[in-house]
Design a protein around this ligand. Structure first.
Ligand code: GAP
Length: 562
């Protein structure tokens, strides 16, 4: 049973969330969370804690199973919580990650604003993606294309004539959604199993006009993908960056789709950021890179056709056994998987699914989707299509420009193929990292957002242990110094426990405290968010130590050895 209690300590009132447990026939009471100093605050916080762990507060009923799991397991203090997409939306709003766009006017379906922490996490995701895919590689360079471009680009790419969704409404529950053309007559409403009424095809590109006078204006589109700008700039980049095949061009930027049914928070939105690579190869040459030795759940088109379950296998075996057709595809799938798991995502929640013959896009020879087990099911996280020379061919045809390159070996000109196009939505990656980081610590009584330090919005919070001028001065000097290199905050409001829990909940990996010993020995404590362990470090070494911790060059336990 969970209930709120008030305690008087040194004449002051404090509220706690307690729990009664029967141990060897006797009822014992344990505190599971500190709730603040007022009844109102306590009730709000208790509701929040219990909402985050998917239960309702009750003073008379038994603890619901989720909470029993949390408070009842003496060995495991930290529990992984699988919360719903609705709870994640609430959490993101309450903690300053994401708000509905124009929320004070009731919001706008499919549009979201990133708050002071959300923008940091989103920027860190993009930064890490760019570092891994561009900065650290010799064979990939980037571009930043325009959101609105010549409408001819979209005619050439096939988006004007082929980029079509089918709008349907459930005859029973009136659920509005979109389906692919090949699904007409084959799928039923996912909410109630009812039949769909077909409302017709429509193109999800947003239309705009260029030029203020309507009669003289040009009809244009907000780009529905970043990819096409890579193709139209292909030849310039190839020549000016002096690239040699195989090579890639990367881009991060906004895309827009007028989705029929935006849903599931950041999962399906009308405005979103994409991180895409077009990787160009000579189709007659093999991949020169080794396929990394990683295994993942594989769900081929054949397995789907035969109603078989996905099977875990090494990607190099999937290629050897011809489940994945090209070595390049296997190589890129492994790279994308490694990017996610090296940044703390849970590998067991990933699988790759091959597009069946009737669902492939108009441009693709073979497509594998990277799927993630979201609370609302296995869904596409990233698309990886083999686009062949479709796009370059189309742009040659529509522009009349020669986009071929010269092959030194055969002394002939040819169009390179895009053998794999890793295409990732930033919002979906944001959700993956948030879901996989969401833990609850029963002893602390709060959520611990175990984001990888590279992704964490705030790298360190710096506190004077109590309000005292000498402590505050040291803390502020440290903040000024660290701010040159990383995002840190100064925090002196509330008890030290409250400051820890506030930072645990937003994923700050390190808390730095200035105390009496700091005055005498010029050192501070660093507290590790995940283990609560603390270690003393000289102030003069703090910046280096934090940098090494964040970039995984040293383990927390090894700092004192150093
Ligand atoms: N250039 C290829 C392309 O755009 P896609 O499968 O349509 O392929 C690629 O999109 C990725 O972009 C998806 O896997 C997803 O991560 C993201 N994405 C697509 N539509 C989205 C939407 N409406 N909201 C959020 N992310 C979206």
């Amino acid at each position: 049973m969970a209930f709120i209690v008030k305690k008087k300590i040194h004449g002051k009132e404090y509220y706690y969330l307690n729990e009664n447990k029967r141990v060897e026939g006797k009822v014992k009471t344990k505190t599971i969370a500190y709730l603040g100093k007022t009844k109102k605050e306590a009730e709000k916080k208790a509701k929040g804690i219990l909402k985050e762990i998917k239960v309702g507060i009750s003073s008379s009923s038994s603890l619901p199973t989720h909470l029993q799991k949390i408070v009842g397991n003496e060995k495991t203090e930290m529990v992984k919580l699988d919360i719903s997409i609705e709870d994640m939306t609430v959490f993101c709003k309450r903690r300053g990650f994401v708000y509905a766009s124009g929320d004070i006017y009731g919001g706008l379906s499919g549009f979201w604003d990133f708050g002071h922490l959300g923008v940091e996490l989103k920027n860190n995701i993009k930064k890490e993606w760019w570092k891994f895919h561009v900065q650290k590689r010799e064979d990939i360079v980037g571009i930043d294309g325009s959101i609105i471009t010549s409408p001819k680009v979209w005619e050439a790419s096939g988006h004007v004539s082929n980029f079509l969704d089918v709008a349907v409404v459930c005859k029973k529950c009136r659920n509005k959604t979109k389906i692919d053309k090949h699904e007409i007559g084959k799928v039923k409403c996912e909410k109630c199993g009812g039949e769909f009424e077909n409302k017709g095809e429509f193109n999800p590109m947003f239309i705009t006009q260029i030029g203020p006078v309507e009669e003289d204006s040009l009809r244009a589109y907000l780009r529905p993908e970043t990819a096409q700008l890579i193709f139209t700039n292909f030849k310039y980049v190839y020549d000016n960056a002096r690239m040699k095949l195989p090579f890639g061009i990367a881009q991060i930027g906004k895309s827009f789709r007028n989705e029929i049914a935006p849903r599931d928070f950041l999962f399906r939105t009308r405005e979103f950021d994409q991180m895409e690579i077009e990787y160009f190869v000579n189709p007659n040459k093999k991949c020169p890179y080794k396929i990394p030795n990683v295994g993942i759940l594989v769900y081929s088109a054949e397995m789907q056709k035969k109603n078989l379950e996905p099977r875990k296998m090494k990607l190099k075996d999937a290629y050897k056994n011809k489940i994945i057709q090209t070595d390049w595809h296997a190589y890129w799938i492994a790279q994308e998987f490694l990017w996610f798991i090296n940044l703390g995502a849970n590998p067991d929640k990933f699988r790759i699914r091959q597009h069946t013959a009737d669902e492939k896009s108009h441009y693709a020879l073979d497509t594998w989707d990277f799927e993630y087990k979201f609370p609302f099911g296995w869904k596409e996280l990233q698309g990886m299509a083999n686009r062949t020379d479709f796009d370059l061919k189309q742009h040659e045809k529509f522009s009349g420009k020669d986009l071929k390159i010269f092959d030194e070996e055969t002394k002939k000109k040819f169009l390179p193929h895009v053998v794999c196009e890793p295409s990732q939505g930033v919002g979906r990656a944001f959700l993956v990292f948030m879901f996989d980081a969401y833990f609850y610590d029963k002893e602390r009584g709060n959520v611990v957002l175990k984001l990888h330090p590279k992704l964490a919005p705030i790298k360190a919070a710096i506190f004077p242990i109590v309000k005292r001028e000498e402590f505050e001065k040291i803390a502020k000097d440290i903040v000024d110094d660290l701010k040159e290199e990383m995002n840190v905050v100064y925090d002196q409001s509330g008890s030290i426990g409250r400051r820890y829990s506030r930072n645990d909940e937003i994923g700050t990996p390190y808390c730095i405290t200035i105390d009496e010993e700091s005055l005498k020995k010029s050192n501070v404590t660093i507290r590790n968010r995940d283990t609560k362990k603390q270690i003393r470090v000289k102030i003069s070494e703090l910046k280096n130590v934090l940098d090494e911790l964040i970039n995984c060059k040293i383990k927390f336990e090894d700092i004192s050895k150093k």
